[in-house]
Design a protein around this ligand. Structure first.
Ligand code: AMP
Ligand code: GLY
Length: 423
């Protein structure tokens, strides 16, 4: 079977890599892909939100399954267009993807079906939002309703900052229609956790837990990024807590959506805060996490095509996932300046030598091929994923590899999985 992956980041490289290992697969295509994906898949450019052009391509190339990586094409309804044309697709349809595409919709579902989350109020008017902010205490949490490429969440320490955030959304229109409504929610404290599961709309098949690092610098200093590293499993989560999250969060969300007439088929990803009063949902994503996927998939023993096809066909019952006992650590190598301005086009040296280290896979994110060389083309450039018997070994391997790779202004965190290693 031929498989098409839509997207071009580290997550999609990990997906294409894992899919390519399936004995069922006889060729992978990727739109648009990147410099690393191009080594295992045929990459080409088609607008990711042009459902018809994508579906035409899938027909022309006899694609047996299309896997949609990023949120934008999901929210734009690419899965609906594929389903309408009888093409097999992995990823929720437009209505189901609202779980990520609208924070207000997600709150509505969580409140209606008793899923633990931060208390929140919804506003479309600046003055009403501002006077509400005056009635609550810092820190303030303001979120644009719609997709904002990870930039729509504000944790403000002062009232002024919080008002700037709502002004940006509601008055200045910084996020366009995605910021026409905002939610202001209760601030939650505790360690964060990402839980991802396959769902066919009825059944939930959880993957192993992962943790990601959102801040740019060591010890969680600096700005929020798309993610600077990740690891799996998460030692602070014991099996009882994990079961509780599956039973109290994932299952009731899928069942709640089903009672609303929404069949959720794809990955459901809950971003959680483990508060003193139990796990609470910060957000849902309708897709694999980036860079969590790069730490989860190297641990997956099973053929990933099996659950993917089962989800696409609407029946996951009977599918099981087998995991390696090895842990995995993923370190992101970023362009200097990221998440702010950065330069690209720098040659990446040492990739071949680095690839020879045991237990390590290098997933490309912002790279492209240029005259037989690999050069940087984005903020997050490479993801070094290292398996190990424990986190000390995984960290040692990952950082040994990083010592061999180089590009101009390369920047990375040195503390990925450090706490997990010292437990
Ligand atoms: P989100 O995109 O909703 O996951 O938010 C991005 C990041 O903002 C999260 O990973 C948290 O670190 C932080 N965050 C979001 N909501 C809250 C909240 N209610 N309380 C504290 N931190 C939050
Ligand atoms: N790692 C966070 C995300 O994928 O949204």
């Amino acid at each position: 079977m031929r498989v098409l992956v839509i997207g071009g980041g580290g997550r999609e490289h990990a997906l294409a890599w894992k899919i390519n290992q399936s004995p069922m697969v006889g060729g992978v295509f990727c739109i648009p892909g990147n410099g690393g994906i191009a080594e295992i898949a045929q990459c080409l450019r088609i607008d990711q939100s042009n459902s018809n052009a994508l579906a035409d391509f899938a027909v022309e190339k006899s694609i047996g399954l299309t896997v949609i990586g990023p949120e934008a094409p999901l929210v734009a309804g690419v899965a609906d267009a594929f389903a309408k044309r009888g093409l097999k697709v992995f990823g929720p349809n437009r209505k189901a993807a609202q779980l990520e595409g609208s924070k207000i919709f997600a709150k509505y579902i969580m409140n209606k079906y008793g899923i633990p989350t931060a208390r929140a109020e919804l506003f479309a008017d600046y003055n009403e939002a501002a006077s509400y902010l005056e009635s609550v205490d810092a820190p303030y949490v303001v979120k644009a309703d719609g997709l904002a490429a990870g930039k729509g969440v504000f944790i403000a320490k002062s009232l002024e900052e919080a008002k700037d955030a709502i002004r940006g959304c509601l008055v200045e229109g910084k996020f366009g229609s995605a910021g026409q409504r905002v939610i202001i929610e209760e601030y939650l404290d505790g360690p964060e956790l990402s839980v991802l599961a396959f769902s066919d709309g009825k059944n939930v098949l959880p993957m192993v837990p992962a943790q990601d690092y959102k801040r740019a610098y060591d010890n969680d200093a600096g700005l929020n990024t798309g993610g600077m590293g990740s690891y799996s499993p998460v030692p602070i989560v014991d099996p009882a807590l994990y079961d509780e999250i599956v039973e109290m969060v994932l299952r009731p969300t899928i069942n709640g959506l089903a009672s609303e007439g929404i069949e959720y088929r794809g990955i459901i990803y809950a971003g959680l805060m483990l508060t003193k009063s139990g796990p609470k949902v910060l957000e849902f994503n309708a897709r694999f996490g980036d860079p969590e996927t790069q730490a989860i998939l190297p641990r997956l023993e099973s053929d990933i095509l099996e659950p993917m096809l089962a989800v696409a066909d609407g029946d996951l019952s009977g599918v099981e996932l087998k995991w390696k006992s090895d842990v995995c650590t993923t370190v992101v190598l970023a362009s200097g300046g990221y998440p702010g301005d950065y330069a690209t086009g720098f040659e990446i040296a040492g990739l071949e030598e680095a690839a020879s280290i045991d237990g390590v896979t290098i997933f490309h994110a912002g790279t492209r091929g240029s005259n037989g060389k690999i050069v940087t083309s984005g903020g997050r450039v490479l993801n070094v994923s290292a398996l190990g018997e424990d986190f000390s070994q995984a960290r040692e391997r990952a950082y040994a590899v990083i010592g061999k790779v180089h590009f101009e202004n390369m920047h990375f965190r040195k503390d990925i999985a450090l706490r997990a290693a010292s437990r």
